[in-house]
Write a protein that binds this ligand. Structure first.
Ligand SMILES: CCCCCCCC/C=C\CCCCCCCCCCC/C=C/C(=O)SCCNC(=O)CCNC(=O)[C@H](O)C(C)(C)COP(=O)(O)OP(=O)(O)OC[C@H]1O[C@@H](n2cnc3c(N)ncnc32)[C@H](O)[C@@H]1OP(=O)(O)O
Ligand SMILES: Cc1cc2nc3c(=O)[nH]c(=O)nc-3n(C[C@H](O)[C@H](O)[C@H](O)COP(=O)(O)OP(=O)(O)OC[C@H]3O[C@@H](n4cnc5c(N)ncnc54)[C@H](O)[C@@H]3O)c2cc1C
Length: 648
């Protein structure tokens, strides 16, 4: 064990196990999570070649093999709880990405949430037993964001009681779905429903695409892999063209909207229920932001504790790079954000399950808030985490650029979360739509509840506009900082609403007014989400009874809130003391930095990083890893070089 990293752990002011238990929910939950993780880590079937030294095809084949093994093993171990399956797969995913990822994350959840009981009876046994292997095919070459303009059609034929599916143009070819190219034999296809000559908009259909016996594409189906990408090398994101593909009427997902045998159409209670799976994944991605950022911080902070470089004082030994204030300023606010997002991820998951419970009971009243919250927090947390991973990589200097640091893979795997499940700017604009609506309701005297209740206060405090009210912040008091964030959010929502109003007064259309105000609208959503994160971090502190853990998390919460103010100082009144206070907080966090990342409890197998190793023995491991590069298998790799040298 590296002596530097041992000393860091000895100097921590709190018990890492207590904090890990709190993050997991209880000591028992930590025990069970670790037990599931060790099933993977100690399994010889999961000791495989490093994918960095494999070709794309080899990686795909290995991923399919591992994914199939996982299915068998989960069955053998009797693991069926979704959260436990998730722990198992998360551990197995450490060095390869699942070939059946979309089956679990979107195909199955869509069947659970949008099938009638009769449909569930037919499809769930097939899907849960992996006979029907599925994906979610919504995006087309021409449209990903503006899904109302998707061109794939499903036209009902009452004479045969079938839907006929077509992708009539090049731009209507389905493009991107994970696992579509080579793996899936079924797809949930989002298509424009036509019945009795009328279009009823987007609906979801279960479409068999490959024969369940031979795995050959079915008649009318053209399907394949879209080629290499920035990351996710193992995954066969695919294309799909449907030409006169007939499916039975019962293959339309009919929990909400229905087509009767004679072709008559029954409307759903809300036409946005078709979009439910996207809301689910957006809600889950918030927790993924926390995990990607906490992993990156673990690597960068552990490495910064063992890496020595330059001089602080002439003649003295080189310090740990973690002792540089500039290094702390890069990493500790991200560490604080990783904790904040962990709590926000838990809140988002609980909120999703609570509100979908109400939706299942027929109460749709909270759907707009759920959509706005999931869209906004998905965008807010993925943007921060995405930028943060890159900061962590650069904070490791040159070694952070090596694949064995683990950071390049975390980055290329995480960065598409800013695009998929709703491009982030577009998601922020959806949240803004909700915020402006709420602002107007509050102005009309309606009492708002939930995360937007702060907009009620603007009504109470009229006639003085929010934008002219001074912000007085006690920088040592979290409650005061929450108030400052609240006021900033109220101010920026007001600015956005007024911009819209101003544009409309110039008698331009609603749509143009919206486009001309989109900078203000995105800023309003960003401020709202930032407020929600700070508020939830502060609320979490009130649940913590252990004094030492409370104290260290309070320091992190203060740093998160104050650092956010410095990044957005134009929106707050400038406070000259804030930078001084931040410097003091960095010093306070310094002795606990390694213990705080230890508490995330990533073991070496999951972290898969030579720089972030628990024992700190980074250089020996880097040298061992380099020796395994295929380019090192022979001393002279290219005779072309050899010939050039000879000629000279
Ligand atoms: C407790 C622990 C539990 C552990 C559980 C363990 C289980 C673990 C399982 C899973 C773990 C998951 C881990 C996550 C890992 C993620 C990996 C997933 C891989 C994903 C691969 C990628 C897949 C995809 O990308 S699929 C394609 C996604 N595509 C999109 O997102 C398209 C984006 N576009 C849109 O959503 C829409 O077109 C739009 C919102 C931009 C606009 O829609 P439009 O119809 O045009 O609407 P508009 O006119 O603007 O608005 C009309 C009103 O409708 C409201 N609205 C819009 N959308 C919604 C919605 N979804 N819900 C509700 N309401 C909506 C909108 O606000 C308007 O309302 P208003 O009242 O009229 O203002
Ligand atoms: C790795 C990966 C996996 C994916 N997996 C799947 C899958 O399994 N199934 C599936 O169906 N899809 C999948 N997708 C597709 C993904 O959902 C879309 O790429 C995503 O929804 C964005 O749509 P787009 O590509 O059309 O971007 P565009 O909408 O073309 O975005 C381009 C730019 O235009 C801007 N823009 C667009 N509309 C507006 C607007 N209204 N206002 C302001 N700015 C706007 C955006 O902000 C962005 O800057 C995947 C994508 C990736 C990268």
């Amino acid at each position: 064990m590296n002596p530097d990293i041992c000393r860091e752990r000895e100097n921590a002011t709190f018990n890492t196990e207590t904090l890990t238990n709190m993050l997991d929910g209880s000591a028992e939950k930590t025990r069970r999570r670790r037990e599931i993780e060790s099933l993977v880590i100690n399994d010889p079937d999961f000791q495989h070649d490093d994918p960095n030294f494999m070709s794309r095809s080899e990686r795909y084949d290995a991923a399919v093999k591992k994914s199939s093994q996982m299915i068998m093993k989960l069955r053998d171990y009797g693991i069926s709880d979704p959260e436990e399956i998730y722990f198992y797969k998360r551990t197995a995913r450490r060095t390869f990405h699942e070939a059946f990822g979309l089956h679990y994350t979107m195909f199955l959840p869509t069947l659970y949430s949008q099938c009638t009981p009769e449909q569930q009876k037919k499809w769930l046994p097939l899907a849960e037993n992996f006979k029907a292997l599925g994906t979610y095919a919504q995006t087309e070459l021409g449209h990903g964001t503006h899904i109302r303009k998707l061109e794939t059609t499903a036209t009902y034929d009452p004479s045969t009681q079938e839907f006929v599916l077509n992708c009539p143009t090049v731009s209507s070819i389905k493009w991107w779905p994970g696992g579509l190219g080579k793996t899936s034999n079924h797809a949930i296809v989002l298509a424009q429903l036509y019945t009795l000559g009328k279009c009823h908009g987007l609906h979801a259909f279960i479409v068999p695409i490959r024969c369940m016996k031979t795995h050959q594409p079915l008649p009318g189906v053209t399907v394949g892999d879209i080629g290499p990408k920035f990351g996710f090398e193992e995954v066969d994101n695919g294309y799909l063209k449907l030409e006169n593909v007939r499916i039975p009427r019962e293959n339309m997902l009919m929990k909400y909207a229905q087509v009767e045998p004679d072709g008559s159409y029954l409307k759903p209670p809300s036409d946005k229920l078709t979009y439910g799976t996207m809301v689910f994944i957006r809600a889950m991605i918030v927790g993924e932001s926390a995990r990607a950022l906490s992993k990156s911080c673990t690597i960068a902070i552990r490495y910064s504790a063992v890496r020595h470089q330059s001089e602080l004082r002439p003649g003295e030994p080189e310090p740990q790079i973690l002792d540089y204030q500039a290094q702390q300023y890069k990493l500790f606010p991200l560490l604080a954000a990783a904790y904040a997002f962990t709590f926000v991820g838990q809140y988002m998951s609980d909120t999703y399950h609570r509100i979908t419970g109400h939706i299942n009971q027929g109460d749709f009243s909270q759907l707009p808030e759920l959509h706005a919250l999931a869209a906004g927090l998905k965008a807010f947390t993925t943007w921060t985490a995405n930028a943060g991973i890159e900061v962590c990589r650069m904070a490791c200097g040159g070694h952070g650029y090596l694949c064995c640091s683990g950071l390049p893979d975390i980055y290329v795997t995480f960065t598409p979360t800013c695009t998929y499940e709703g491009e982030n700017t577009v998601m922020m604009l959806q949240t803004a739509r909700f915020l402006v609506k709420c602002y107007r309701q509050a102005r009309e005297g309606q009492q708002l509840s939930g995360t937007v209740s702060y907009l009620n206060e603007q009504q109470r405090l009229q006639p003085q506009p929010v934008s002219s009210r001074p912000t007085v912040v006690n920088i040592n008091d979290l409650a005061s900082l929450v108030e400052a964030y609240k006021l900033r959010a109220a101010k920026l929502v007001e600015v956005a609403a007024k911009s819209l109003q101003g544009e409309l007064q110039r008698s331009i259309s609603q749509e143009d007014a919206w486009n001309n105000s989109s900078i203000e609208l995105v800023r309003a959503s960003d401020a709202h989400c930032h407020y929600v994160v700070v508020e939830l971090f502060a609320a979490k502190l009130s649940e913590i009874s252990d004094t030492a853990v409370h104290s260290v998390l309070n320091t992190l919460a203060l740093l998160y809130a104050l650092h956010g103010i410095t990044l957005n100082s134009g929106d707050f009144l400038q406070l000259s003391q804030i930078t001084q206070r931040i410097k003091a907080l960095l010093v306070e966090i310094r002795p606990n930095a390694v213990a705080l990342v230890d508490s995330f409890d990533y073991n070496d197998e999951m972290l898969n990083s030579v720089l972030g190793r628990y024992d700190g023995n980074v250089y020996e491991s880097m040298f061992e890893w380099a020796k395994r590069s295929p380019l090192n298998r022979t001393e002279v790799r290219s005779f072309i070089i050899f010939n050039i040298i000879q000629k000279k």
